[in-house]
Design a protein around this ligand. Structure first.
Ligand SMILES: [Cu+2]
Length: 633
């Protein structure tokens, strides 16, 4: 990769340099919006790199045209508590060796009945260490390692957690700097719970093939990274941290591409655990900022992850050593049938019209340790945009001594508990509804008191207020009042004399439930509110800040909104926290069926009428006027 070559040459970087990411910077917004065919861009790449022997960390920006390093800044990871770059894949693999070399840790395993051969087979999971303001953390690049017994190398270790042993590992010194080996021995649950096909020889016999056939191909077109489908258009992008990024989402209406969102991505997430015991209380993974959703993405396979006529995007990324590599089929683009879009049967005159809906799906899957997350953006023919996150994979487990109950979650099997936890995602939506200046309004349903203006008691009102400044715009959902938000453009009038807009539909699910004052709450502060609105600033990119790994907290959204900028009729970013609070069940094991979370953006006064009235009646839909009274063919 050009950028890492330039860095290596100019900064004389040696074999100990590791790159947590190297990627193209988004060009400045005015340059993008002012772009015309034939004009170029200033192209810059950003890299974060550290020396794996000294821990010295630098943030660099490389100008690719002049082949020069334009910014070279030491990142003070050695000064507490600025946060570390994400954990690399190399580090994930080396932690097992570091831990297994340690005599104290081996002793802890032996105390739990493991012999040398069993110790070799132990699965060691490095977890981002979090931040607890302990002396031992200062100036160190750390992970916390927990362990799982395995019958053999293919065995599912999460069925056999080794409770009461946690190793805090310095990744630079390559040693354990703190070992927890609890006095109490919890027997390791030994029953195998595997999910590979060899382990499940008897499968159900009544599953017939379900083939998706699109004889004439798909209805989308792809030109490079530009996608067009059913009036929607957008560009597909990628980053090591966020994975899939969507740029310049627009809808063609009246011969014009009307902008809706300038840039959309999930910039971070946190998975805080609610078990106070040694193996669990510190678990609060930021899967984007501490690992990288893009870095850990899967290669999708036809017929397994997606069905139908698929377009795959391969993604060029840099590995831990700055070398270019291609992630094959990282992003999947396809269409899905989605039932009925609109329908009416007018029995008075026998008019029967129905149109089937389909949606465009652009998706990727990321595996972060035990969990697998699918990020599915959906586009619908009526202008609706949705993000659905699919949560699957394997839950974190806790060993429970025979005869004891597990108070911190649900039992999933004999001797095996699943700690209660939350998965809280934050999507960053740089809005651009019909132009660069937007306003967010908040609405609620309020019953109107009895009175002359409500003589029958049936009236209720929909309130409306403008979120004028950032501090006033950190908001929680409220299912009781049906609170919702709109992003409107007050300089554009719609067909009924209101501003054009899109409505954000959220689930009033719990935000962060950890206590005020606890570190995971301040570090994942973005997850304490459902909605935040900020004035766009190019440097404010991530909900949890630039370096959430080992960061003390307060970064990202709380810092951004502390400026309390005016956000009314401005270039604004809407940030939305959504997610699931997961109380584990036996059905979540050994692999959890997909759990869904997400949000929806719906046009609200954006169009003059249902924008999907012009859909043709399909052969397999019904139109009685044209088909001799037959309903379906
Ligand atoms: Cu979960």
């Amino acid at each position: 990769m050009l950028a890492s070559d330039i860095l290596r040459a100019e900064k004389q970087l040696g074999a100990d340099t590791r790159f947590t990411h190297v990627q193209l910077e988004d060009p400045a917004k005015p340059d993008v919006l002012g772009w015309r065919p034939g004009s170029g861009f200033a192209r810059r790449a950003a890299a974060t790199l550290f020396d794996c022997r000294t821990g010295a960390t630098h943030v660099a920006i490389v100008d690719l045209a002049s082949r020069k390093v334009v910014t070279w800044q030491e990142h003070f990871t050695r000064v507490h508590p600025y946060g570390q770059p994400p954990v690399t894949i190399e580090e994930v693999f080396k932690v097992g060796d570091i831990v297994k070399r340690d005599s104290g840790w081996r002793h802890a395993m032996k105390r739990r009945g493991l012999d040398d051969a069993e110790i070799e087979l132990v699965q060691v999971d490095p977890f981002s260490a979090g931040y607890f303001n302990r002396e031992v953390e200062k100036g160190r690049r750390l992970v916390s390692a927990v362990s799982y017994w395995r019958r053999d190398a293919k065995d599912n270790g999460y069925a056999h957690p080794i409770e009461g042993v946690v190793a805090l590992v310095d990744l630079i010194e390559e040693k354990i700097v703190q070992l927890v080996d609890e006095e109490k021995i919890v027997p390791i649950p030994k029953r195998s719970r595997n999910y590979d096909r060899a382990s499940i020889p008897v499968t159900r016999k009544d599953v017939k093939p379900l083939d998706i056939v699109q004889k004439e191909g798909a209805s989308f077109s792809v030109e490079g990274w530009q996608v067009r489908w059913q009036n929607f258009s957008f560009r597909v992008g990628w980053s090591a941290r966020e994975g899939l990024v969507l740029h310049q989402i627009a809808f063609r209406d009246g011969g014009q591409d009307r902008p809706i969102i300038y840039r959309a991505s999930v910039t971070d997430m946190i998975v805080p655990y609610a078990d106070p015991t040694a193996n669990h209380f510190w678990k609060s993974a930021f899967d984007a900022g501490e690992y990288g959703l893009g870095k850990l993405a899967n290669a999708l396979e036809l017929g397994c992850d997606c069905l139908g006529h698929i377009h795959y995007f391969d993604v060029a990324v840099a590995d831990d050593y700055g070398k270019p590599t291609t992630m094959k089929n990282a992003i999947c683009l396809h269409e899905e049938d989605f039932g009925i879009l609109w329908k009416h049967y007018e029995f008075r005159n026998d008019t029967f019209e129905v149109r089937r809906a389909r949606r465009l799906v652009v998706s990727f899957f990321s595996t972060v340790g035990n969990y697998d997350y699918g990020f599915y953006w959906y586009f619908y023919q009526d202008g609706t945009i949705q993000l659905e996150v699919k949560l699957t994979g394997i839950i974190q487990t806790a060993g429970v001594a025979p005869g004891e109950s597990y108070p911190w979650g649900g039992m999933v099997a004999d001797g095996l508990g699943g700690p209660t936890h939350q998965h809280l995602f934050n999507v960053r939506l740089h809005m651009m509804v019909d132009g660069e200046r937007n306003t967010v309004t908040e609405h609620e349903f309020r019953p109107r008191p009895w009175g002359a203006d409500n003589p029958y008691g049936n009236v209720f009102d929909t309130t409306s207020r403008v979120l004028a400044r950032e501090r006033d715009a950190a908001r929680e959902a409220d299912g009781r009042t049906g609170r919702f938000w709109k992003v409107v453009n007050t300089s554009r009038k719609n067909s009924v004399a209101g501003p054009t807009g899109y409505k954000l539909l959220v689930h009033a699910a719990p935000v962060m439930l950890a206590q005020e004052g606890c570190y995971m709450r301040s570090r994942g502060a973005f997850a304490t509110r459902h909605v935040w609105v900020t004035r766009y600033a190019p440097g404010e990119r991530y909900a949890a800040g630039e370096f959430p790994n080992q960061h003390a907290g307060g970064g990202g959204l709380p810092t951004y909104v502390a400026q309390n900028r005016v956000i009314e009729n401005e270039d604004i970013v809407l940030w939305h926290t959504f997610g699931a609070t997961h109380v584990c069940r036996p059905e979540d094991f050994p692999v959890m069926p997909v759990e869904y979370t997400g949000f929806t953006l719906k046009p609200n006064g954006f169009f003059a009428e249902n924008p999907a009235m012009d859909l043709p009646a399909e052969r397999n839909s019904a139109s009685r006027d044209t088909r001799d009274g037959a309903c379906c063919r």
